[in-house]
Design a protein around this ligand. Structure first.
Ligand code: AMP
Ligand code: MG
Length: 545
Protein backbone atom coordinates (compact mmCIF):
# COMPACT_ATOMS: atom_id res chain seq x y z
CA UNK A 1 0.00 0.00 0.00
CA UNK A 2 1.36 3.39 -0.93
CA UNK A 3 -1.35 5.26 0.95
CA UNK A 4 -1.49 5.09 4.76
CA UNK A 5 -5.25 4.48 4.50
CA UNK A 6 -6.96 2.46 1.82
CA UNK A 7 -10.29 4.14 2.45
CA UNK A 8 -9.51 7.74 3.22
CA UNK A 9 -9.04 9.04 -0.30
CA UNK A 10 -12.21 7.26 -1.46
CA UNK A 11 -14.64 8.13 1.26
CA UNK A 12 -16.85 11.09 0.59
CA UNK A 13 -19.56 12.81 2.48
CA UNK A 14 -22.22 10.36 3.57
CA UNK A 15 -25.20 11.90 1.81
CA UNK A 16 -27.67 9.85 3.85
CA UNK A 17 -26.25 11.72 6.85
CA UNK A 18 -27.33 14.96 5.23
CA UNK A 19 -30.92 13.96 5.95
CA UNK A 20 -32.41 15.17 9.25
CA UNK A 21 -31.33 13.15 12.26
CA UNK A 22 -34.87 11.68 12.52
CA UNK A 23 -33.76 9.18 9.87
CA UNK A 24 -30.95 7.54 11.81
CA UNK A 25 -28.95 7.25 14.99
CA UNK A 26 -25.21 7.85 14.97
CA UNK A 27 -23.45 5.17 16.99
CA UNK A 28 -20.29 3.07 16.83
CA UNK A 29 -20.11 -0.60 15.98
CA UNK A 30 -19.35 -3.12 18.74
CA UNK A 31 -16.07 -4.87 17.93
CA UNK A 32 -15.85 -8.65 17.78
CA UNK A 33 -13.16 -10.82 19.37
CA UNK A 34 -10.28 -11.82 17.08
CA UNK A 35 -12.08 -11.26 13.75
CA UNK A 36 -10.76 -13.22 10.78
CA UNK A 37 -11.28 -12.43 7.13
CA UNK A 38 -13.08 -15.37 5.52
CA UNK A 39 -13.17 -13.78 2.09
CA UNK A 40 -13.07 -10.42 0.38
CA UNK A 41 -14.21 -9.80 -3.15
CA UNK A 42 -11.72 -8.09 -5.44
CA UNK A 43 -14.58 -7.55 -7.92
CA UNK A 44 -16.68 -5.61 -5.43
CA UNK A 45 -13.60 -3.80 -4.13
CA UNK A 46 -13.01 -2.61 -7.69
CA UNK A 47 -16.53 -1.19 -7.79
CA UNK A 48 -15.48 0.95 -4.83
CA UNK A 49 -12.13 1.84 -6.39
CA UNK A 50 -10.27 -0.17 -3.73
CA UNK A 51 -7.19 -1.93 -5.13
CA UNK A 52 -7.04 -5.67 -4.46
CA UNK A 53 -3.88 -5.17 -2.31
CA UNK A 54 -6.03 -3.18 0.12
CA UNK A 55 -7.97 -6.33 0.99
CA UNK A 56 -4.92 -7.82 2.74
CA UNK A 57 -4.34 -4.87 5.03
CA UNK A 58 -5.08 -4.68 8.74
CA UNK A 59 -6.98 -1.46 8.12
CA UNK A 60 -9.37 -3.23 5.78
CA UNK A 61 -10.03 -5.99 8.32
CA UNK A 62 -10.48 -3.42 11.08
CA UNK A 63 -13.08 -1.55 9.05
CA UNK A 64 -15.05 -4.47 7.65
CA UNK A 65 -15.17 -6.23 11.02
CA UNK A 66 -16.45 -3.13 12.81
CA UNK A 67 -13.28 -2.84 14.93
CA UNK A 68 -12.54 0.69 13.69
CA UNK A 69 -14.79 3.21 11.96
CA UNK A 70 -14.22 3.80 8.28
CA UNK A 71 -11.76 6.71 7.97
CA UNK A 72 -13.71 9.74 6.82
CA UNK A 73 -17.01 7.90 7.33
CA UNK A 74 -19.98 8.57 9.57
CA UNK A 75 -21.33 5.46 11.31
CA UNK A 76 -25.08 5.22 11.84
CA UNK A 77 -28.11 2.94 11.88
CA UNK A 78 -31.24 3.88 9.92
CA UNK A 79 -34.83 3.68 11.02
CA UNK A 80 -37.61 2.12 8.96
CA UNK A 81 -40.85 0.24 9.48
CA UNK A 82 -42.67 -2.36 7.45
CA UNK A 83 -45.24 -5.03 6.80
CA UNK A 84 -44.02 -8.50 7.74
CA UNK A 85 -45.93 -11.44 6.27
CA UNK A 86 -48.72 -9.07 5.31
CA UNK A 87 -49.14 -7.58 8.78
CA UNK A 88 -48.11 -4.10 9.86
CA UNK A 89 -45.11 -4.57 12.14
CA UNK A 90 -44.46 -0.95 13.12
CA UNK A 91 -40.94 0.27 13.64
CA UNK A 92 -38.10 -2.05 12.69
CA UNK A 93 -34.89 -0.36 11.51
CA UNK A 94 -31.27 -1.41 11.22
CA UNK A 95 -31.25 -3.71 14.21
CA UNK A 96 -27.91 -5.18 13.29
CA UNK A 97 -26.69 -3.01 10.44
CA UNK A 98 -24.38 -0.02 10.55
CA UNK A 99 -23.92 2.32 7.62
CA UNK A 100 -20.22 3.20 7.66
CA UNK A 101 -20.18 5.86 4.98
CA UNK A 102 -20.20 6.42 1.29
CA UNK A 103 -17.41 5.73 -1.17
CA UNK A 104 -16.96 7.35 -4.54
CA UNK A 105 -16.11 4.53 -6.91
CA UNK A 106 -15.07 4.82 -10.55
CA UNK A 107 -18.68 4.44 -11.75
CA UNK A 108 -20.71 5.94 -8.97
CA UNK A 109 -20.97 6.22 -5.24
CA UNK A 110 -21.80 3.37 -2.91
CA UNK A 111 -22.69 3.02 0.71
CA UNK A 112 -20.83 0.46 2.79
CA UNK A 113 -22.88 -1.22 5.48
CA UNK A 114 -21.91 -3.85 8.06
CA UNK A 115 -24.43 -6.51 9.00
CA UNK A 116 -23.84 -8.09 12.39
CA UNK A 117 -21.60 -5.45 13.98
CA UNK A 118 -23.59 -4.97 17.14
CA UNK A 119 -26.76 -3.64 18.66
CA UNK A 120 -28.48 -0.42 17.70
CA UNK A 121 -31.50 1.44 19.05
CA UNK A 122 -33.53 -0.61 16.54
CA UNK A 123 -32.38 -4.04 17.72
CA UNK A 124 -35.63 -4.67 19.63
CA UNK A 125 -35.22 -8.18 21.08
CA UNK A 126 -32.20 -9.03 18.90
CA UNK A 127 -28.53 -9.19 19.79
CA UNK A 128 -27.26 -7.14 16.84
CA UNK A 129 -25.23 -10.07 15.59
CA UNK A 130 -25.32 -12.36 12.58
CA UNK A 131 -24.12 -15.95 12.51
CA UNK A 132 -21.56 -17.42 10.13
CA UNK A 133 -24.14 -19.79 8.62
CA UNK A 134 -26.46 -17.04 7.42
CA UNK A 135 -23.60 -14.69 6.60
CA UNK A 136 -21.98 -17.24 4.27
CA UNK A 137 -25.39 -17.59 2.63
CA UNK A 138 -25.78 -13.83 2.20
CA UNK A 139 -22.22 -13.43 0.96
CA UNK A 140 -22.45 -16.21 -1.62
CA UNK A 141 -25.97 -15.24 -2.74
CA UNK A 142 -24.97 -11.64 -3.37
CA UNK A 143 -22.26 -12.91 -5.69
CA UNK A 144 -24.48 -15.52 -7.28
CA UNK A 145 -27.02 -12.84 -8.20
CA UNK A 146 -24.30 -10.50 -9.42
CA UNK A 147 -22.93 -13.31 -11.59
CA UNK A 148 -26.41 -13.92 -12.99
CA UNK A 149 -26.73 -10.23 -13.83
CA UNK A 150 -29.62 -9.72 -11.40
CA UNK A 151 -29.79 -6.38 -9.57
CA UNK A 152 -28.62 -6.92 -6.00
CA UNK A 153 -26.83 -5.41 -3.07
CA UNK A 154 -23.25 -6.60 -3.23
CA UNK A 155 -21.01 -8.14 -0.65
CA UNK A 156 -17.49 -6.82 -0.16
CA UNK A 157 -16.28 -9.08 2.61
CA UNK A 158 -17.13 -11.78 5.08
CA UNK A 159 -15.52 -11.88 8.52
CA UNK A 160 -15.91 -14.47 11.25
CA UNK A 161 -15.07 -14.12 14.91
CA UNK A 162 -14.75 -16.10 18.11
CA UNK A 163 -17.81 -14.60 19.78
CA UNK A 164 -20.49 -17.21 20.35
CA UNK A 165 -23.95 -16.21 19.19
CA UNK A 166 -27.01 -17.97 20.52
CA UNK A 167 -29.64 -19.08 18.04
CA UNK A 168 -31.24 -22.55 18.31
CA UNK A 169 -27.71 -23.63 19.21
CA UNK A 170 -24.52 -21.69 19.89
CA UNK A 171 -23.07 -20.48 16.61
CA UNK A 172 -20.13 -18.43 15.34
CA UNK A 173 -20.45 -14.66 14.89
CA UNK A 174 -19.82 -13.10 11.50
CA UNK A 175 -20.07 -9.76 9.74
CA UNK A 176 -20.82 -9.14 6.07
CA UNK A 177 -19.87 -5.80 4.54
CA UNK A 178 -22.56 -4.93 2.03
CA UNK A 179 -22.35 -2.38 -0.73
CA UNK A 180 -25.18 -0.61 -2.56
CA UNK A 181 -25.95 2.89 -3.79
CA UNK A 182 -28.55 2.97 -1.03
CA UNK A 183 -30.22 0.62 1.43
CA UNK A 184 -33.46 2.60 1.55
CA UNK A 185 -36.50 0.32 1.58
CA UNK A 186 -40.21 0.59 0.94
CA UNK A 187 -40.43 0.43 4.72
CA UNK A 188 -38.39 3.64 5.01
CA UNK A 189 -41.34 5.40 3.34
CA UNK A 190 -43.97 3.51 5.28
CA UNK A 191 -42.30 4.65 8.47
CA UNK A 192 -43.04 8.35 7.96
CA UNK A 193 -46.45 7.76 6.42
CA UNK A 194 -47.50 5.73 9.47
CA UNK A 195 -46.25 8.51 11.72
CA UNK A 196 -48.16 11.09 9.72
CA UNK A 197 -45.01 13.01 8.93
CA UNK A 198 -45.50 14.15 5.34
CA UNK A 199 -42.69 16.67 5.84
CA UNK A 200 -40.13 13.91 6.45
CA UNK A 201 -41.68 11.66 3.83
CA UNK A 202 -41.22 14.46 1.32
CA UNK A 203 -37.60 14.92 2.41
CA UNK A 204 -36.98 11.21 1.89
CA UNK A 205 -38.72 11.12 -1.49
CA UNK A 206 -36.79 14.21 -2.65
CA UNK A 207 -33.53 12.63 -1.54
CA UNK A 208 -34.25 9.40 -3.42
CA UNK A 209 -35.35 11.27 -6.54
CA UNK A 210 -32.42 13.68 -6.54
CA UNK A 211 -29.86 10.94 -6.06
CA UNK A 212 -31.28 7.97 -7.91
CA UNK A 213 -34.22 8.98 -10.06
CA UNK A 214 -33.52 12.52 -11.30
CA UNK A 215 -35.48 11.72 -14.47
CA UNK A 216 -38.65 11.77 -12.33
CA UNK A 217 -38.44 15.53 -12.24
CA UNK A 218 -38.03 15.75 -16.03
CA UNK A 219 -40.80 13.19 -16.54
CA UNK A 220 -43.08 15.10 -14.24
CA UNK A 221 -42.43 18.34 -16.11
CA UNK A 222 -43.40 16.58 -19.35
CA UNK A 223 -46.49 14.81 -18.06
CA UNK A 224 -47.60 17.90 -16.14
CA UNK A 225 -47.89 19.89 -19.33
CA UNK A 226 -50.00 17.11 -20.88
CA UNK A 227 -52.19 16.25 -17.90
CA UNK A 228 -52.75 19.84 -16.84
CA UNK A 229 -54.98 20.32 -19.84
CA UNK A 230 -57.33 17.65 -18.41
CA UNK A 231 -59.62 18.09 -15.46
CA UNK A 232 -57.92 16.89 -12.32
CA UNK A 233 -59.72 14.15 -10.39
CA UNK A 234 -59.45 14.13 -6.66
CA UNK A 235 -60.24 10.67 -5.41
CA UNK A 236 -63.08 10.29 -2.95
CA UNK A 237 -60.71 8.28 -0.78
CA UNK A 238 -58.37 11.24 -0.52
CA UNK A 239 -59.24 12.65 2.85
CA UNK A 240 -56.43 15.06 2.42
CA UNK A 241 -53.88 15.51 5.11
CA UNK A 242 -52.06 17.98 2.93
CA UNK A 243 -53.08 20.95 0.98
CA UNK A 244 -52.57 20.23 -2.69
CA UNK A 245 -49.45 22.07 -3.62
CA UNK A 246 -49.79 23.62 -6.97
CA UNK A 247 -47.60 26.20 -8.51
CA UNK A 248 -47.72 27.98 -11.76
CA UNK A 249 -45.16 26.97 -14.33
CA UNK A 250 -43.42 29.46 -16.53
CA UNK A 251 -45.89 28.70 -19.28
CA UNK A 252 -48.67 29.69 -16.94
CA UNK A 253 -50.25 26.23 -16.55
CA UNK A 254 -50.70 24.85 -13.03
CA UNK A 255 -47.99 22.38 -12.13
CA UNK A 256 -48.52 19.78 -9.45
CA UNK A 257 -45.59 19.75 -7.08
CA UNK A 258 -46.28 16.17 -6.13
CA UNK A 259 -45.95 14.86 -9.69
CA UNK A 260 -42.31 13.77 -9.17
CA UNK A 261 -43.50 11.44 -6.39
CA UNK A 262 -45.95 9.80 -8.78
CA UNK A 263 -43.12 9.40 -11.26
CA UNK A 264 -40.98 7.93 -8.48
CA UNK A 265 -43.62 5.30 -7.85
CA UNK A 266 -43.79 4.54 -11.58
CA UNK A 267 -40.03 4.12 -11.73
CA UNK A 268 -39.98 1.83 -8.68
CA UNK A 269 -42.90 -0.15 -10.12
CA UNK A 270 -40.94 -0.73 -13.31
CA UNK A 271 -37.72 -1.69 -11.58
CA UNK A 272 -39.49 -4.01 -9.17
CA UNK A 273 -41.47 -5.69 -11.96
CA UNK A 274 -38.27 -6.29 -13.90
CA UNK A 275 -36.56 -7.61 -10.77
CA UNK A 276 -39.38 -10.08 -10.22
CA UNK A 277 -39.03 -11.38 -13.78
CA UNK A 278 -35.29 -11.81 -13.20
CA UNK A 279 -35.96 -13.85 -10.06
CA UNK A 280 -38.68 -15.99 -11.59
CA UNK A 281 -36.65 -17.12 -14.59
CA UNK A 282 -33.78 -18.47 -12.50
CA UNK A 283 -36.03 -20.10 -9.90
CA UNK A 284 -34.93 -17.74 -7.14
CA UNK A 285 -37.17 -17.49 -4.11
CA UNK A 286 -36.44 -14.62 -1.71
CA UNK A 287 -38.25 -16.13 1.22
CA UNK A 288 -39.00 -12.95 3.22
CA UNK A 289 -40.51 -10.40 0.87
CA UNK A 290 -41.58 -8.13 3.69
CA UNK A 291 -41.81 -4.47 2.73
CA UNK A 292 -38.76 -3.71 4.86
CA UNK A 293 -36.79 -6.05 2.61
CA UNK A 294 -37.83 -4.33 -0.64
CA UNK A 295 -35.21 -1.99 -2.04
CA UNK A 296 -36.37 1.36 -3.37
CA UNK A 297 -33.76 0.85 -6.09
CA UNK A 298 -35.16 -2.49 -7.24
CA UNK A 299 -32.21 -4.46 -5.86
CA UNK A 300 -32.44 -7.89 -4.30
CA UNK A 301 -32.01 -7.05 -0.63
CA UNK A 302 -31.58 -8.99 2.63
CA UNK A 303 -30.69 -12.57 1.89
CA UNK A 304 -32.04 -14.83 4.59
CA UNK A 305 -33.93 -18.05 3.95
CA UNK A 306 -33.77 -17.61 0.17
CA UNK A 307 -33.41 -20.55 -2.18
CA UNK A 308 -32.75 -21.43 -5.78
CA UNK A 309 -35.19 -24.16 -6.69
CA UNK A 310 -33.88 -27.63 -7.45
CA UNK A 311 -36.87 -29.64 -8.69
CA UNK A 312 -39.55 -27.34 -10.08
CA UNK A 313 -42.60 -26.75 -7.96
CA UNK A 314 -44.50 -23.55 -8.64
CA UNK A 315 -45.61 -23.53 -5.01
CA UNK A 316 -42.11 -24.03 -3.69
CA UNK A 317 -41.61 -22.38 -0.28
CA UNK A 318 -37.98 -21.81 0.58
CA UNK A 319 -38.52 -20.39 4.06
CA UNK A 320 -39.40 -22.99 6.67
CA UNK A 321 -40.97 -20.21 8.77
CA UNK A 322 -43.40 -19.31 5.94
CA UNK A 323 -45.84 -22.12 6.61
CA UNK A 324 -48.66 -20.48 4.64
CA UNK A 325 -46.56 -20.08 1.52
CA UNK A 326 -47.10 -16.33 1.29
CA UNK A 327 -43.70 -16.01 -0.38
CA UNK A 328 -43.78 -19.17 -2.50
CA UNK A 329 -42.17 -18.91 -5.96
CA UNK A 330 -45.41 -18.49 -7.88
CA UNK A 331 -46.62 -15.81 -5.47
CA UNK A 332 -43.59 -13.54 -5.66
CA UNK A 333 -44.74 -11.28 -8.53
CA UNK A 334 -48.11 -10.67 -6.86
CA UNK A 335 -46.48 -10.07 -3.48
CA UNK A 336 -44.17 -7.48 -5.04
CA UNK A 337 -47.27 -5.74 -6.37
CA UNK A 338 -48.85 -5.86 -2.92
CA UNK A 339 -45.67 -4.35 -1.49
CA UNK A 340 -45.71 -1.62 -4.13
CA UNK A 341 -49.30 -0.94 -3.11
CA UNK A 342 -48.03 -0.27 0.43
CA UNK A 343 -45.44 2.09 -0.99
CA UNK A 344 -48.14 3.86 -3.00
CA UNK A 345 -50.28 4.08 0.10
CA UNK A 346 -47.40 5.77 1.91
CA UNK A 347 -46.81 8.19 -0.95
CA UNK A 348 -50.51 9.06 -0.78
CA UNK A 349 -49.51 11.12 2.26
CA UNK A 350 -47.73 13.51 -0.08
CA UNK A 351 -49.69 12.84 -3.28
CA UNK A 352 -53.24 13.87 -2.48
CA UNK A 353 -54.78 12.34 -5.59
CA UNK A 354 -55.10 8.56 -5.54
CA UNK A 355 -55.74 8.13 -9.27
CA UNK A 356 -52.22 8.82 -10.54
CA UNK A 357 -50.82 6.48 -7.90
CA UNK A 358 -53.27 3.77 -8.95
CA UNK A 359 -52.35 4.34 -12.58
CA UNK A 360 -48.67 3.90 -11.71
CA UNK A 361 -49.44 0.64 -9.88
CA UNK A 362 -51.46 -0.55 -12.85
CA UNK A 363 -48.34 -0.45 -15.01
CA UNK A 364 -46.90 -3.29 -12.98
CA UNK A 365 -48.55 -6.20 -14.73
CA UNK A 366 -47.67 -5.21 -18.28
CA UNK A 367 -44.15 -4.39 -17.21
CA UNK A 368 -43.71 -7.73 -15.45
CA UNK A 369 -45.21 -9.70 -18.34
CA UNK A 370 -43.10 -7.84 -20.88
CA UNK A 371 -39.97 -8.56 -18.87
CA UNK A 372 -40.96 -12.23 -18.50
CA UNK A 373 -41.61 -12.58 -22.23
CA UNK A 374 -38.26 -11.03 -23.10
CA UNK A 375 -36.43 -13.33 -20.70
CA UNK A 376 -38.33 -16.47 -21.57
CA UNK A 377 -37.74 -15.85 -25.29
CA UNK A 378 -34.02 -15.67 -24.59
CA UNK A 379 -34.10 -18.75 -22.40
CA UNK A 380 -35.79 -20.71 -25.15
CA UNK A 381 -33.51 -19.31 -27.84
CA UNK A 382 -36.33 -17.54 -29.67
CA UNK A 383 -35.34 -14.35 -31.42
CA UNK A 384 -38.70 -12.68 -30.75
CA UNK A 385 -41.93 -13.39 -28.90
CA UNK A 386 -44.77 -14.69 -31.06
CA UNK A 387 -48.44 -15.43 -30.56
CA UNK A 388 -48.68 -18.96 -29.18
CA UNK A 389 -45.43 -18.81 -27.24
CA UNK A 390 -47.31 -18.35 -24.01
CA UNK A 391 -49.04 -21.72 -24.42
CA UNK A 392 -45.77 -23.40 -25.35
CA UNK A 393 -44.11 -22.03 -22.21
CA UNK A 394 -47.08 -22.75 -19.96
CA UNK A 395 -47.00 -26.34 -21.15
CA UNK A 396 -43.31 -26.53 -20.33
CA UNK A 397 -43.99 -25.31 -16.77
CA UNK A 398 -46.72 -27.97 -16.47
CA UNK A 399 -44.37 -30.70 -17.62
CA UNK A 400 -41.70 -29.51 -15.22
CA UNK A 401 -44.22 -29.39 -12.41
CA UNK A 402 -45.47 -32.93 -13.05
CA UNK A 403 -41.94 -34.37 -12.91
CA UNK A 404 -40.42 -31.85 -10.50
CA UNK A 405 -37.79 -31.50 -13.21
CA UNK A 406 -34.69 -29.66 -12.11
CA UNK A 407 -35.28 -25.95 -12.80
CA UNK A 408 -31.76 -25.00 -13.79
CA UNK A 409 -30.94 -28.10 -15.79
CA UNK A 410 -34.23 -28.05 -17.72
CA UNK A 411 -33.35 -24.75 -19.37
CA UNK A 412 -29.63 -25.46 -19.63
CA UNK A 413 -30.17 -28.83 -21.28
CA UNK A 414 -32.92 -27.60 -23.59
CA UNK A 415 -30.23 -26.01 -25.76
CA UNK A 416 -28.99 -29.50 -26.64
CA UNK A 417 -32.26 -31.42 -26.59
CA UNK A 418 -32.22 -34.43 -28.96
CA UNK A 419 -32.66 -33.64 -32.63
CA UNK A 420 -32.09 -29.91 -32.30
CA UNK A 421 -28.34 -29.65 -32.93
CA UNK A 422 -25.51 -31.37 -34.72
CA UNK A 423 -23.16 -30.91 -31.77
CA UNK A 424 -20.76 -33.67 -30.79
CA UNK A 425 -21.46 -35.70 -27.67
CA UNK A 426 -18.21 -34.37 -26.19
CA UNK A 427 -19.30 -30.77 -26.73
CA UNK A 428 -22.71 -31.45 -25.23
CA UNK A 429 -21.25 -33.10 -22.14
CA UNK A 430 -18.79 -30.24 -21.72
CA UNK A 431 -21.33 -27.42 -22.01
CA UNK A 432 -23.81 -29.24 -19.78
CA UNK A 433 -21.17 -29.60 -17.09
CA UNK A 434 -21.25 -33.39 -17.03
CA UNK A 435 -24.95 -33.53 -16.15
CA UNK A 436 -25.54 -35.81 -19.15
CA UNK A 437 -23.56 -38.72 -20.59
CA UNK A 438 -23.91 -41.32 -23.32
CA UNK A 439 -26.75 -42.97 -21.39
CA UNK A 440 -28.67 -39.83 -20.44
CA UNK A 441 -30.51 -37.74 -23.02
CA UNK A 442 -30.34 -34.00 -22.41
CA UNK A 443 -33.67 -32.49 -21.33
CA UNK A 444 -35.82 -35.58 -21.99
CA UNK A 445 -34.30 -37.61 -19.18
CA UNK A 446 -35.08 -34.88 -16.65
CA UNK A 447 -38.76 -35.83 -16.94
CA UNK A 448 -40.62 -38.80 -15.59
CA UNK A 449 -43.04 -38.32 -18.47
CA UNK A 450 -40.45 -38.76 -21.23
CA UNK A 451 -43.11 -39.13 -23.91
CA UNK A 452 -44.66 -35.85 -22.80
CA UNK A 453 -41.26 -34.20 -22.93
CA UNK A 454 -40.65 -35.58 -26.45
CA UNK A 455 -44.07 -34.36 -27.60
CA UNK A 456 -43.37 -30.90 -26.22
CA UNK A 457 -39.97 -30.94 -27.95
CA UNK A 458 -41.65 -31.60 -31.29
CA UNK A 459 -43.72 -28.46 -30.86
CA UNK A 460 -40.67 -26.52 -29.72
CA UNK A 461 -38.70 -27.77 -32.70
CA UNK A 462 -41.48 -26.61 -35.04
CA UNK A 463 -41.46 -23.23 -33.31
CA UNK A 464 -37.69 -22.99 -33.79
CA UNK A 465 -38.24 -23.77 -37.46
CA UNK A 466 -40.45 -20.69 -37.73
CA UNK A 467 -37.60 -18.56 -36.40
CA UNK A 468 -35.94 -17.76 -39.71
CA UNK A 469 -32.79 -15.98 -38.67
CA UNK A 470 -31.08 -18.47 -36.44
CA UNK A 471 -28.58 -21.20 -37.11
CA UNK A 472 -28.52 -23.85 -34.36
CA UNK A 473 -25.04 -22.82 -33.21
CA UNK A 474 -26.17 -19.27 -32.76
CA UNK A 475 -29.24 -20.39 -30.84
CA UNK A 476 -27.22 -22.69 -28.56
CA UNK A 477 -24.66 -19.97 -27.82
CA UNK A 478 -27.44 -17.55 -26.91
CA UNK A 479 -29.17 -20.09 -24.68
CA UNK A 480 -25.98 -21.08 -22.85
CA UNK A 481 -25.31 -17.40 -22.18
CA UNK A 482 -28.61 -16.88 -20.35
CA UNK A 483 -29.35 -20.28 -18.81
CA UNK A 484 -26.87 -20.77 -15.95
CA UNK A 485 -25.21 -24.08 -15.27
CA UNK A 486 -24.37 -23.22 -11.66
CA UNK A 487 -26.80 -21.70 -9.20
CA UNK A 488 -26.33 -21.50 -5.46
CA UNK A 489 -28.26 -24.59 -4.54
CA UNK A 490 -28.90 -25.00 -0.82
CA UNK A 491 -26.88 -28.18 -0.53
CA UNK A 492 -23.92 -26.50 -2.24
CA UNK A 493 -24.06 -23.46 0.05
CA UNK A 494 -24.29 -25.87 2.97
CA UNK A 495 -20.91 -27.38 2.04
CA UNK A 496 -19.33 -23.94 2.23
CA UNK A 497 -21.02 -23.26 5.58
CA UNK A 498 -19.92 -26.53 7.15
CA UNK A 499 -16.33 -26.08 6.01
CA UNK A 500 -16.26 -22.43 7.16
CA UNK A 501 -17.62 -23.40 10.56
CA UNK A 502 -14.56 -25.67 10.87
CA UNK A 503 -12.26 -22.81 9.87
CA UNK A 504 -11.80 -23.98 6.27
CA UNK A 505 -12.65 -21.14 3.92
CA UNK A 506 -11.52 -22.83 0.70
CA UNK A 507 -15.03 -23.89 -0.23
CA UNK A 508 -16.29 -20.30 0.02
CA UNK A 509 -13.40 -19.34 -2.25
CA UNK A 510 -14.22 -22.09 -4.78
CA UNK A 511 -17.91 -21.22 -4.91
CA UNK A 512 -17.13 -17.53 -5.29
CA UNK A 513 -15.13 -18.31 -8.41
CA UNK A 514 -17.82 -20.53 -9.81
CA UNK A 515 -20.66 -18.11 -9.15
CA UNK A 516 -18.85 -15.15 -10.66
CA UNK A 517 -19.48 -16.77 -14.07
CA UNK A 518 -22.30 -19.28 -13.72
CA UNK A 519 -22.74 -19.70 -17.47
CA UNK A 520 -19.36 -21.25 -18.32
CA UNK A 521 -18.86 -24.95 -17.63
CA UNK A 522 -15.74 -25.86 -15.61
CA UNK A 523 -14.12 -29.26 -15.83
CA UNK A 524 -13.86 -31.13 -12.54
CA UNK A 525 -16.77 -29.28 -10.91
CA UNK A 526 -19.57 -31.55 -12.10
CA UNK A 527 -21.02 -31.91 -8.61
CA UNK A 528 -21.77 -28.18 -8.50
CA UNK A 529 -23.95 -28.38 -11.60
CA UNK A 530 -25.83 -31.50 -10.59
CA UNK A 531 -29.16 -31.65 -8.80
CA UNK A 532 -28.85 -32.75 -5.16
CA UNK A 533 -28.20 -36.47 -4.93
CA UNK A 534 -31.30 -38.59 -4.40
CA UNK A 535 -31.84 -39.15 -0.70
CA UNK A 536 -29.76 -36.11 0.28
CA UNK A 537 -30.96 -34.73 3.61
CA UNK A 538 -33.63 -32.05 3.27
CA UNK A 539 -32.22 -28.73 4.44
CA UNK A 540 -34.61 -26.53 6.30
CA UNK A 541 -33.82 -22.85 6.02
CA UNK A 542 -35.66 -20.47 8.30
CA UNK A 543 -35.65 -16.82 9.37
CA UNK A 544 -33.11 -17.68 12.07
CA UNK A 545 -29.97 -15.80 11.16
P1 AMP B 1 -34.93 -9.53 8.62
O1 AMP B 1 -36.06 -10.51 8.73
O2 AMP B 1 -33.56 -10.15 8.70
O3 AMP B 1 -35.07 -8.66 7.42
O4 AMP B 1 -35.01 -8.59 9.89
C1 AMP B 1 -36.19 -7.91 10.29
C2 AMP B 1 -35.85 -6.93 11.36
O5 AMP B 1 -35.28 -7.58 12.48
C3 AMP B 1 -34.86 -5.85 10.97
O6 AMP B 1 -35.22 -4.69 11.62
C4 AMP B 1 -33.57 -6.39 11.48
O7 AMP B 1 -32.62 -5.39 11.73
C5 AMP B 1 -34.02 -7.04 12.77
N1 AMP B 1 -33.12 -8.12 13.20
C6 AMP B 1 -33.01 -9.36 12.68
N2 AMP B 1 -32.09 -10.08 13.35
C7 AMP B 1 -31.62 -9.28 14.33
C8 AMP B 1 -30.65 -9.44 15.37
N3 AMP B 1 -29.99 -10.58 15.54
N4 AMP B 1 -30.42 -8.39 16.17
C9 AMP B 1 -31.08 -7.23 16.01
N5 AMP B 1 -32.00 -7.02 15.07
C10 AMP B 1 -32.26 -8.02 14.24
MG1 MG C 1 -34.42 -7.12 6.59
Amino acid sequence: MTSPSCFESLVKANTFASLPSDFYTRLPTTPLTAPRLVHASAEVAAVLGLPSEALDTQEFLDVVSGTQPMPGGDTMAAVYSGHQFGVWAGQLGDGRAHLLGEIQGPDGSFEVQLKGAGMTPYSRMGDGRAVLRSSVREYLASHAMRGLGIPTTQALSLVSARNPVRRETLETAAVVARVAPSFIRFGSFEHWAARRRPDLLRVLADYVIDRFYPECRDESARTASVSDSKTSHVSASATLTQVVNTSVSEAGSPRKDYEPYVQLLRAVVRRTATLMASWQVVGFCHGVMNTDNMSILGLTLDYGPYGFMDGFDAKHICNHTDSGGRYAWHAQPAVAHWNLYQLANSLHEIVPEAEPLKAALDEYEACFLGAMQARMSQKLGLSAWQAGDETLIDDLWSLMQASHADFTLTFRQLAYAPGLTQASQAQIELDLGGTVNANLLPFVDLFVDRAGAQAWLSRYSARLGSDPTQHWQERVAGMLAVNPLYVLRNHIAQQAIEAAEKGDFSEVQRQMQLLSDPFSARAGLEAYAAAPPAGAPHLEVSCSS
